[in-house]
Design a protein around this ligand. Structure first.
Ligand code: BG6
Length: 497
């Protein structure tokens, strides 16, 4: 069996909105995620319509906005990075908050305090030989652009975004080698508010979706959502390709990856109809990489747009822009697999994604996410065949409710089991000949959940003493998985017991 490469980038992943806090400090502006309010420990919140945004503004003083608190990384980054170093991290995935540099997005020059904050974080990481892996946009944009342009739906945002992205490369290119452009770029088509700052019913009347049992949309909503989100996606592809080219031209030491949420799908039965559905959904999932890694829209996607009556306003010279901005590596988040059926009565639709059905052969987490390391191995092989590029797995993990025992310890054996099985699958994929360069499990330190904006769904090796309402000391402590992962890194993935 092949071993992990010598310089394998073991680490962990976070994002600015979910860890920093200090949202209104030192001149920082508010981003669209700062308006997402907590609705309960298992209620998804990241789908906002006009009524939700209005409520967030109207009741700003009394609603609970966990992203504004994060885990106080803004003040505690030195202590946090020391803990990551103690585990032996080689790589730390973080994002930069657009509004810490450009509070409204409209400023001509960035805020020096924000600029310095990220220099300080990078300095601290390098002190321990930890390579930063920086997401330029992890689900965040100045709220100004939601109000002015309905987020990424309008091409008007592109010049402002390019000013921010170019600044990142110019300012930090000597400290940051690995960059990702948009976090989970495919999410804009599934959750347009989260991925694109789009308020779907800003200009049209839409029925209310049922948010309690996952996202289920009436057909009118799905239609508007497909049209708006694919237009927004197009603008994100353009900005991404432009910054990749800019970095290639001006910062040849930097490597830039895409980032998509890998969703592995099996057909429910061996019927050709189910097999075709699974093929179609897999192609849809890969499409996001196709554009960013191959530099063009695949022919089938243009025909999909035609068949679904989605009319994209193509950006001037988009073909040239995309072909000149191909990424250097593929990066992905992977949490779960699911199965699909061709039976129209049993479909659950999320935007252009089919929601999967339960797979009786695999277990699920307590949040219903289906745990399937083998699907990761299969997909890694498929990605190798399709793109022949290095692959960085920048998110993976299991979210759970956790409470310390009487001795204040967290015995997270389920997390160890989950990560062990996924690391084994990655090792097998490396043995299959896949060039995997790094692995940064999600939420290496407990942080605010993205879908639920809660603290109580935890992913970390490090526990943070804070609850959904912001009570607690915010003190950090080591879970059992902390010591286990330290051993994994020290043995370069050989000791997984
Ligand atoms: C990914 C996101 O979709 O999944 C992260 O990039 C997110 O931001 C992670 O936190 C886990 O999702 P959740 O909803 O459990 O926090």
């Amino acid at each position: 069996m092949a071993k992990f490469p010598e310089n394998f980038l073991w680490g962990g992943a976070t994002s600015a909105a979910q860890i920093e806090g200090g949202r209104c400090e030192d001149g920082k502006g508010l981003s669209h995620l700062d308006y997402v309010y907590y609705r309960g420990p298992k209620i998804p919140c990241n789908f906002m319509l006009t009524e939700h945004l209005n409520k967030a503004r109207r009741e700003e003083a009394t609603l609970n906005f966990p992203n504004r608190r994060g885990i106080d990384f803004y003040h505690r980054y030195k202590e946090d990075i020391a803990l990551l170093a103690e585990m032996g991290f080689k790589s730390f995935r973080m994002s930069i908050s657009w509004t810490r540099l450009f509070p409204t997005g409209l400023e001509e020059t960035p805020d020096p305090k924000g600029v310095e904050f990220y220099h300080n974080v990078f300095r601290e990481l390098h002190k321990y030989n930890i390579e930063p892996l920086v997401t330029m946009i992890h689900y965040e944009m100045p709220i100004t652009f939601v109000d002015r342009y309905n987020g990424w739906y309008s091409a008007e945002i592109i010049p402002y975004c390019m000013k921010y992205l170019k600044f990142l490369i110019d300012e930090y290119k000597d400290e940051v080698k690995y960059w990702l452009t948009f976090n989970e770029i495919n999410m804009v088509t599934a959750v347009p508010w989260l991925g694109g700052g789009i308020v779907l019913d800003r200009d049209v009347q839409l029925p209310r979706p049922d948010l309690r049992h996952g996202l289920r949309f009436p057909p009118e909503t799905s239609k508007v959502m497909d049209q708006m989100s694919h237009q927004a996606l197009h603008h994100q592809f353009i900005a991404s390709a432009m910054i990749v080219k800019y970095a290639h031209d001006t910062a040849p030491n930097c490597l830039i990856g895409n980032m998509f949420n890998l969703h592995h799908l099996y057909p429910e039965t061996p019927s050709p109809a189910d097999a075709y559905r699974a093929h179609e959904e897999t192609e849809f999932n890969m499409f996001f990489c196709d554009v960013m890694a191959r530099g063009y829209y695949p022919a089938w996607m243009k025909s999909y747009y035609r068949k679904h009556d989605i009319n994209i306003k193509w950006y001037d010279n988009y073909e040239k822009i995309l072909s000149e901005g191909k990424v250097d590596f593929i990066s992905l988040s992977y949490y779960l697999s699911s199965i699909v059926t061709a039976d129209p009565e049993r479909q659950e639709k999320i935007g252009s994604f089919m929601r999967g059905l339960n797979n009786p052969y695999i277990k699920t987490s307590e949040f219903g996410w289906q745990i399937d390391p083998t699907a990761l191995r299969i997909s890694l092989n498929e990605l190798r065949d399709r793109f022949n590029l290095p692959i960085y797995i920048v998110e993976n993990g299991i979210g759970a409710f956790e409470k310390p025992d009487e001795d204040g310890k967290i015995h997270d054996d389920y997390r160890i089991a989950y990560l062990r099985d996924h690391i084994k699958a990655i090792k097998e994929a490396i043995d299959d000949g896949v060039d995997v360069i790094g692995y940064t499990p999600w939420g290496c330190i407990d942080l605010v959940s993205c879908s639920l904006v809660s603290m109580s769904k935890r992913y970390g090796f490090i526990y943070v003493d804070a609850d959904d309402e912001g009570n607690g000391t915010y003190n950090r402590s080591r879970k059992d998985s902390f010591y286990w992962y330290k051993k994994v890194i020290a043995s370069n993935g050989e000791d997984l017991d």
